[in-house]
Write a protein of this length. Structure first.
Length: 193
């Protein structure tokens, strides 16, 4: 819905709306994400803003995305943390901080292809909400958990290494049920071949 906040509440964190099935978790995530109407970008710029407790795990994701050719943009604290660890990161301003263009301006201008933003605390709520709302308006994938960010990075890598294939549930279950020692129902009437 226009203007809706995409932050996941407890119910949506425990129940999913889409599923992807593939030979690797990364490809499965890419398929599931694609079924939401968004595609994970193959390259471009990723904006990362995470709370202090998430910085170490975000560093791993940033390194993987950087190795995949993404340019990293981040808020001041996150950018400095990444630079100290040897990852190039461009500092961009929060909405209420410093001169423009700030992060929402950059999303509107099409300068950001992927967003990783772990929200926390009252002070960050306005910024986080405006980032997520603009991401929806511009069709930019926005990931709000580190597990999701790691899965997205693995999905991007898997897409670069392989091709997404569509397999029907019947084919998927048939392959699992017709392992060694099982006969195939070639007639389709329930009798073994």
């Amino acid at each position: 819905f226009p203007g809706a906040d995409t932050i996941l509440g407890p119910e949506m964190r425990s129940t999913g709306e889409v599923m992807g099935s593939a030979s690797s978790p990364g490809l499965a995530f890419a398929k599931a994400y694609s079924s939401t109407g968004y595609e994970l970008p193959a390259g471009g710029t990723v904006f990362i803003s995470v709370v202090d407790r998430d910085k170490a795990h975000a560093l791993e994701v940033a390194k993987q995305l950087s190795d995949l050719g993404f340019e990293i943009m981040a808020t001041e604290g996150t950018a400095e943390y990444f630079r100290q660890a040897g990852i190039e990161a461009i500092h961009i301003f929060k909405v209420g901080e410093g001169p423009r263009p700030h992060v929402v301006d950059r999303i509107k201008n099409g300068e950001i292809d992927l967003i990783i933003n772990t929200p926390f605390g009252r002070g960050a709520r306005f910024d986080d909400r405006s980032i997520r709302t603009e991401a929806v308006a511009q069709g930019v994938p926005c990931i709000t958990t580190l597990k999701g960010a790691a899965a997205a990075a693995n999905g991007i890598l898997a897409r670069k290494e392989g091709v997404l294939q569509v397999t029907s549930l019947q084919e998927y279950h048939g392959a699992r049920n017709n392992g060694p020692g099982r006969d195939v129902d070639s007639a389709g009437d329930g009798t073994p071949a």
